[in-house]
Design a protein around this ligand. Structure first.
Ligand code: ANZ
Ligand code: ZN
Length: 877
């Protein structure tokens, strides 16, 4: 037995079957124990799982298994984020129906996840593309609509000309569609919006309560919401220069202190005053057209060259009626932020400075950095946005920025123009409402009917779900729903008009993932999205784990959606995720062939000669260059297929290595050598357990040690490891937990080296029994199959997956020995380990047994032994 190798390929599926048959991971909602909800971001069914999934789901599984052993009613579900573009692209390429493609991928990936031995409650599996899921999403859309949280409005949208769909601002990266990479265009469309901006203040403030979220994620959300306090200032327009009826322009500024440095006013190309001015100015109209053609995506505007057009209109300075400023239309002013108009202070704002430098408007610094001479302080190419004192600013001179802001605000609030105050304070948010309309087939239909008589009519709840039609064609780009006359034409539920038209837009797939976590609490409820007493009991998710790429959108949308669900009675809380963890990426070396193309890890072999490593192609032995370590990606071909790893090493080895090598929030370097090391460790544990098992007293034997030093040392090591591993898992420091286990196994190896000692020393044998029982339970969250197999060998009762987590004995955690450095004439010569409360004569006696001390004494008695209690011993010769 002890010579047998552990056969993961045979053992793993067997244990998975046992777990399945006994349904031990099925969670009961009426279980009276405290609940613990652990969730990993559910996958998009793209085809096969990748190593990033393996890492994500292994981490979640360790937490789930640990908390289950700790006595919690653990909810650990899995599902599929199943709507989205790739299914449609595949449909166009392969002439398969998106549903067929999606469900085939789900089947493949589910089998892969099962082979990982994850402790998931598969009875709760959901796919967002299933009508039994999206029906409830449609219901909530209608509830939100009734509650005033949904709005239909004309808006300028980012149009992806390749995917032929609208993109959210967040889906535009450097002016290009996040999936297609195509240059995004601007179009005016009527769209459905979720009014997330209603919650801006709340979403921001509540970030402070999320103390189990990474600081970086909270900061990213804070910036995204982008709260700024400022002033709305009304500038009067000089009548002689202004189109009829226009008398003023209002700007939003966060820097009213810089008003005396103002050089111009600028309008967004979409500002009504710009349109008015363009009526009599064809050149201006052309300029505005030009601006429109370029994107209004934020990134685009920030990088594009600043351009403006002088309208000829003059605006009156609000602090000096004799001072006028030119009014420009400028491409860097957004219509949907603030008021769509600004005043420019070039000395202290880089965009404004770039602008005036181009149009020769000059600049006047009004804030002087501390320690600079105001008379010689000039600005040329770099605006100064730091702290300082006011200069060149009349009555503000000498003030700090904050004092000047306050002074200007007070003055302009109490000044009037046309019977109204010149200025008022205002808080602005960058966060925009969430446009959810997508011109795609493979998404959740928006449950709305357009009737010529009644206008926008909600689909009656009894008619839900609005199902996607199955008979569609993907022979052309664009939205096949729009071309499906039969599906599209429907009777108006209000007036009966037979020629009403269904809304053909579907929802952004981010909607699907904004509430799946709540659905998991009762996916069997056919009449409502949630069951209130259940969802309120099982939510929030106690530990959510996923990639940092979702730090803004998905998490923010989910936080909004939960609030909207609360407002419409579907849940009783605001925050969906009490704890959040963002894991690092899986990275791998790259291999480049002579012809410049990449080779995959599966195609090469590595030979090492000392610390030199050579990579060569398996088939031709051609040397390939070992390139930088990068995120696993298809383009670099540095991916490793989880199936291959699980097939050759087993899931436990993959799980173990994935967790062992770096802190979970950092990148982990996947390497063949590393996996092999983990594989050897699996065999090592197996060998130890098999050597020791026949010599151990039966399971349940109580360990005691009395004055058996070996037994005591072993018990202390076991309980110390138990305490450390538990603490590490609780802090999600899986690599630390694993490091502790490596050294504990080292200690057990010494015992297993002398199995005969276990037979002659029953006290030591009982301690060893306890130690092995602890070991197997400690490895079980990471290597659950191996643990079950070892548990059987050790004669443990039931399944280790259902065993309780042991509690360390407090007395065994205090180390009651102490190691003191020993000096001879002030030079360190060694260490001595004694009982922590050993009296001085005992310490002296121990010191005198040290070889180094004996040597120095050369047979003589020491002159003096100085003991600094608990610190150091010095022998004076
Ligand atoms: C004058 C000024 C002087 C400004 C100065 C800045 C520095 P945040 O903090 O992001 O809210 N701004 C206002 N509305 C704008 C729009 N629609 N498009 C482009 N820029 C706009 O930014 C507020 C500042 O951004 C405002 O303060 C305004 O420029 C500009 F030394 O006003 B400031
Ligand atoms: Zn009607």
């Amino acid at each position: 037995m002890s010579n047998d190798r552990y056969n993961a390929r045979e053992s793993e599926p067997r244990w998975q079957r046992v777990w399945d048959e006994q349904a031990i991971f099925a969670t009961r909602n009426d279980d009276p124990r405290p609940k613990y909800y652990v969730l990993e971001m559910f996958p998009y069914p793209s085809g096969r799982i990748h190593m990033g999934h393996v890492r994500n789901y292994t981490m979640g599984d360790v937490v789930a298994r640990y908390m289950r052993a700790k006595g919690y009613n653990v909810l650990h579900p899995m599902g599929w984020d199943a709507f989205g573009m790739p299914a449609e692209n595949a449909a166009m390429q392969n002439k398969t129906h998106p549903a067929k493609w999606t469900y085939a991928n789900i089947a493949t990936m589910k089998a892969q996840l099962k082979s990982m031995g994850l402790s998931l409650d598969w009875s709760r599996e959901i796919a967002t593309c299933d009508p039994s899921y999206y029906k409830h999403q449609q219901r909530m859309f209608l509830d939100f609509l009734k509650a005033g949280l949904v709005e239909r409005k004309q808006s300028k949208v980012n149009w992806d000309p390749v995917d032929q769909t609208v993109l959210a601002n967040e889906q535009v990266i450097d002016g290009r569609g996040w999936r297609s990479g195509a240059l995004v265009e601007q179009r005016e469309l009527t769209q459905w919006f979720f009014k997330i901006s209603k919650y801006s203040e709340e979403l921001l403030a509540a970030l402070d309560t999320l103390d189990r979220w990474p600081d970086k994620v909270r900061l990213m959300q804070r910036n995204w919401i982008g709260r700024s306090e400022g002033l709305l200032i009304r500038f009067a327009l000089d009548a002689a220069t202004t189109p009829a009826q226009e008398t003023e322009v209002e700007v939003f500024t966060t820097r009213p202190d810089t008003l005396f440095g103002a050089k111009f006013v600028a309008l967004s190309p979409d500002h009504p005053l710009a349109a008015e001015a363009a009526k009599k100015n064809p050149a201006l109209a052309t300029f505005i057209e030009e601006c429109r053609r370029h994107g209004t995506a934020l990134a685009e505007i920030e990088t594009a060259e600043k351009q403006g057009f002088d309208t000829g209109i003059k605006a009156v300075h609000p602090l000096d009626p004799s001072w006028t400023l030119p009014v420009y239309v400028a491409n860097f002013v957004l219509m949907d932020y603030g008021t769509g108009a600004i005043f420019g202070c070039p000395a202290h704002d880089q965009r404004d400075l770039d602008f005036v430098n181009k149009y020769g408007l000059g600049n006047t610094p009004v804030v002087c950095p501390e320690g600079q001479d105001p008379n010689s302080f000039v600005i040329t190419d770099t605006a100064y946005d730091g702290d300082g004192r006011m200069i060149n600013s009349r009555f503000l001179d000498g003030m700090t920025i904050d004092q000047a802001k306050e002074d200007v605000a007070k003055r302009l609030e109490s000044a009037t123009f046309g019977n109204r105050p010149v200025a008022q304070r205002q808080v602005n948010f960058r966060l925009r409402d969430w446009g959810i309309s997508r011109q795609r087939y493979w998404g959740c239909p928006i449950p709305i009917i357009h009737c010529e008589t009644c206008g926008v009519v909600p689909v009656p709840i009894k008619d839900l779900p609005v199902k996607l039609p199955d008979d569609i064609e993907f022979d052309r780009p664009g939205n096949p729903l729009d071309r499906h006359t039969k599906w599209k034409t429907v009777a108006c539920p209000q007036c009966g008009n037979a020629h009403a038209r269904r809304e053909t837009d579907t929802m952004d797939t981010f909607v699907d993932s904004s509430w799946y976590f709540a659905r998991f609490t009762d996916p069997w409820n056919e009449t409502s999205p949630t069951t209130r007493n259940v969802v309120d009991k099982m939510m929030p998710v106690d530990q959510y784990i996923g990639g940092v790429e979702h730090a803004i959108l998905h998490l923010l949308y989910s936080r909004f959606f939960t609030r909207a669900m609360k407002a419409t009675g579907h849940i009783g809380m605001d925050e969906p995720f009490a704890g959040m963890f963002t894991q690092g990426m899986v990275v791998h070396e790259t291999y480049r062939k002579n012809d410049g193309t990449f080779a995959s890890p599966a195609e090469i072999k590595i030979e090492s000669d000392g610390d030199k490593r050579r990579a060569a192609l398996l088939d031709s032995n051609e040397t390939v260059e070992i390139g930088p370590i990068e995120k696993m990606s298809k383009s670099k071909r540095n991916t490793v297929d989880p199936d291959d790893i699980i097939g050759s090493y087993g899931a436990d080895t993959a799980r173990w290595f994935m967790l062992s090598d770096s802190p979970p929030d950092r990148d982990v370097i996947w390497s063949e050598e590393g996996v092999q090391g983990a594989g050897r460790f699996v065999q090592r544990i197996w060998r130890l357990v098999n050597i020791a098992a026949p010599h151990l007293p039966k399971a349940g034997t109580v360990a005691a040690h009395g004055d058996n030093a070996d037994a005591k040392a072993l018990r202390m090591a076991a309980h110390r490891t138990l305490a450390d591993v538990s603490a590490a898992i609780e802090r999600l420091r899986f690599n630390t937990a694993i490091a502790k286990l490596y050294s504990f196994v080292g200690a057990l190896a010494e015992i297993a080296d002398k199995p005969e000692k276990l037979t002659t020393d029953p006290v030591l044998a009982a301690a060893a029994r306890e130690a092995f029982d602890i070991l197997v339970r400690l490895i079980s969250p990471m290597m659950p199959h191996l643990a079950e197999q070892c548990w059987t060998v050790l004669g443990g009762a039931g399944l280790v997956s259902e065993a309780q987590w042991p509690e360390p004995e407090a007395a065994l955690l205090v180390d009651d020995t102490i190691t003191l450095p020993v000096q001879v004439n002030g030079k360190k010569r060694g260490d001595v380990t004694v009982a922590r409360d050993a009296p001085n004569p005992e310490i002296e006696a121990a010191v005198l047994t040290l070889d180094t001390v004996k040597l120095a004494l050369d047979g003589k008695a020491p002159r003096k032994i100085i003991i600094v209690p608990q610190r150091i011993v010095n022998v004076v010769v």
